[in-house]
Design a protein around this ligand. Structure first.
Ligand code: SF4
Length: 187
């Protein structure tokens, strides 16, 4: 089908909002302790969409062992999760379910776009396609993007470190030598 023959695509769904109300009582030292506790015990949702989910499963196995960083408790319910790892291709059919899952997560909540499909549609992003959401950030606010097709499990761990950094304001783990330049410094 020629591109000009494709029907105009309607909006997928109204995107979710990621705002969080300010706490009633905000004591800075207590908030810092809470932030560290949160960052070191992120609970990802058991939620995979395509091939990138295999890498997400691998990160829980002994070789990569995400439990070293406190995030091994994959929860079967969004109500018990504070990290959504969007691992795979987001179809327009799946979009309403994804937004609903995000909105059921308690705040503060975080989103990792894992792999090129979640970031931009990946190999399915071509002129005339009508089935794929071209980036999950069209649906929910994304905190960290982990590129690759698929990204390796180490890349997912680096994404987790970036979210921990975002929550606490500091990096907690040594920076591997091969990426320390691109991140602008050492441990
Ligand atoms: S980015 Fe590549 S490996 Fe990941 S879901 Fe898309 S096609 Fe599969």
């Amino acid at each position: 089908m020629a591109a000009q023959d494709c029907p105009v695509r309607p909006p997928v769904i109204a995107p979710a909002t990621g705002g969080v109300d300010a706490p009633i009582v905000n004591v800075a030292p207590v908030q810092k302790i809470l932030d560290v506790c949160r960052a070191m015990s992120l609970w990802p949702m058991t939620f995979g969409l395509a091939c990138c989910a295999i890498e997400m499963m691998a990160v829980g196995m002994a070789r990569f062992d995400i439990s070293r960083f406190g995030a091994e408790v994959f929860r079967p319910s969004p109500r018990q999760s504070d990290l959504m790892i969007v691992a795979g291709t987001v179809t327009r059919k799946m979009a309403p379910a994804l937004v609903r899952l995000y909105e059921q997560m308690p705040a503060p909540r975080y989103v990792m776009a894992l792999g090129n499909c979640a970031i931009s549609g990946g190999p399915f992003n071509f002129e005339g396609q009508y089935a794929i959401v071209e980036g999950v950030d069209n649906l929910v606010p994304v905190d960290v993007y982990v590129p690759g097709c698929p990204p390796r499990p180490e890349a997912l761990l680096e994404g987790l470190f970036q979210i921990q950094h975002k929550i606490t304001g500091r990096r907690w783990w040594p920076v591997p030598a091969e990426i320390s330049g691109s991140l602008g410094g050492g441990a």
